[in-house]
Ligand binder design. Structure first.
Ligand code: FAD
Length: 444
């Protein structure tokens, strides 16, 4: 069997979280033939977590990581940086999950603890891994209702939350946009590129990491797998795929993955005058009470500068690349959401606008299994890729090293990914549905 990458990742706009930090650690391009015990494809949350976990279980293993771009250039440097512990079902009205939310929360916390231990071990700046919690903001009566229902759901799970009224929201954010907010303490606010770069730099002491080294194909050769890149190859006994939606590019789970693109903008650096006009706290994160609304973050000097990050707009692109029109629509939508929230910053430019890839399944399950002898997946993270990517990475490493854990058992028990309706109807229908959901989310 040969697995050929029909598509390689391509990005629109900058990986702004990486850009604002300046140059990071650089890793070479593979240009020779290497033998390894484990080859890991993809250096995002899943691939790097898998690397750490393999080395915890099997410290002498020779582990090679192959990344198509630079570390933190992909979705890892393009997300909003909420590493959330609680149920976060984007398909629901209020994030409550349909499954065993208590168990999932416990596992999410294992992932966060794993990431926290990595941050401590590798000396990652505390500002890049900030256990500050987050707020679910509500801007309308409907949003307020979603928040109340979510808060009841959390109460039933025994999870603490704190209700913020309109004034408290203004004191936090400087914005008068919100009617209320629901604070939950367990989310870690990442500088996602800072965290991922720190993880890669720490792992590089034990593992060989290669950038600009896309895997073009891999196939069985005797008892091993041979992975081919443009300038070199790796022969390894075991392979872990941490490529998220690009699993489908290798021909796996075809017709079962929703290739979703999300978009975000980052403001130019806020001058001292702009910061005074804005008011509020220097660092906070607000997710929308309606999952299809706008996520906003304020970051400060410790995370790459005083800036505001705005995320909204979603589109399904099975070709794995957003269009020019998607970018223009997103930039306009971000500008509107920003102006509505921060009239005191009128005229402020969005310095960076970008798109990023995340991958869902229709029934919200991950792809975490042994695909064929010696080939393991850590893919399809659904709406919570920082946490779920970490979890699927751990699970793949456990499986690869023959370990059974609560995490592998969780993914083993998930049902198969539900097939999508035939194209082009599925794409057209999904995008029409997303537009309707965005319209319904309104100013949320
Ligand atoms: C705008 C935006 C906001 C988001 N906000 C959040 C948030 O706040 N919280 C959250 O939890 N999630 C968020 N996400 C989702 C999150 O970023 C992803 O789910 C997460 O990055 C998935 O991690 P991963 O390691 O599975 O995949 P990725 O981070 O996509 O990493 C996969 C890596 O594989 C590499 N790759 C692919 N094909 C190959 C190949 N053939 N050879 C070599 N390498 C290859 C890619 O280059 C990439 O670096 C957001 C996403 C976007 C776009």
């Amino acid at each position: 069997m040969i697995y050929t990458a029909r598509r390689l990742p391509r990005h629109r706009g900058p990986a702004a979280w990486a850009d604002i930090l300046g140059p990071g650690p650089a890793f070479p391009r593979i240009d020779s033939n290497i033998a390894a015990d484990v080859a890991i494809v993809g250096a995002g949350f899943a691939g790097l977590s898998a690397t750490r976990r393999v080395l915890q279980i099997w410290p002498q293993a020779r582990v090679v990581v192959l990344e198509a771009w630079r570390v933190a250039d992909g979705a890892a440097g393009r997300n909003s940086g909420f590493m959330i512990d609680l149920p976060h079902d984007l398909a629901s009205e209020d994030y409550a999950g349909a499954g065993d939310d208590q168990r999932l929360t416990r596992l999410n916390r294992q992932a966060i603890a794993f990431a926290g231990a990595a941050a401590a071990d590798y000396g990652i700046a505390p500002d890049y891994f900030d256990p500050a919690g987050k707020v679910n903001g509500a801007a309308t009566e409907a949003g307020d209702g979603h928040n109340r229902s979510y808060s009841r759901h959390l109460g039933n799970l025994g999870e603490p939350s704190e209700w913020l009224d309109a004034q408290a929201m203004t004191e936090l954010t400087g914005s008068r946009h919100y009617l209320s907010g629901l604070y939950t303490p367990g989310t870690v606010m990442l500088q996602p590129a800072g965290y991922i770069r720190g993880l890669a730099a720490g792992l590089a002491v034990q593992a060989d990491i290669f950038e600009h080294s896309p895997v073009l194909n891999f196939r069985r050769v005797g008892g091993d797998w041979m992975l081919r890149t443009p300038k070199g190859q790796v022969t390894a006994n075991r392979v872990i795929l941490g490529v998220n939606g690009h699993l489908e590019s290798f021909g796996v789970a075809k017709g079962r993955l929703v290739q979703l693109f999300l978009f975000a903008s980052m403001s130019e650096e806020l001058s001292p005058e702009a910061r005074t006009a804005l008011g509020g706290a220097p660092r906070w994160g607000v997710t929308p009470s309606d999952p299809m609304g706008t996520t906003v973050r304020r970051i400060d000097a410790g995370q790459g500068g005083h800036r505001i990050v705005t995320r909204n707009c979603a589109v399904v692109r099975p070709g794995l690349q957003p269009t020019d029109r998607d970018m223009v629509r997103a930039a306009r939508s971000h500008a509107r959401a920003f102006a509505r929230r921060f009239p005191q910053l009128t005229g402020m430019r969005q310095a960076q606008v970008w798109g990023g890839h995340l991958c869902l399944s229709l029934n919200g399950v991950a792809h975490s299994r042994e695909i064929e002898e010696g080939v393991f997946s850590a893919c399809v993270q659904n709406g919570l890729g920082t946490t779920r990517g970490t979890l699927t990475g751990i699970a793949a490493a456990d499986r690869c090293c023959g370990q059974v854990s609560e995490i592998t058992s969780y993914f083993d028990a998930e049902s198969d990914l539900k097939p999508l309706p035939p194209k082009p109807f599925s794409t057209f229908g999904a995008n029409a549905y997303l537009r309707w959901k965005e319209w319904r989310a309104g100013v949320e």
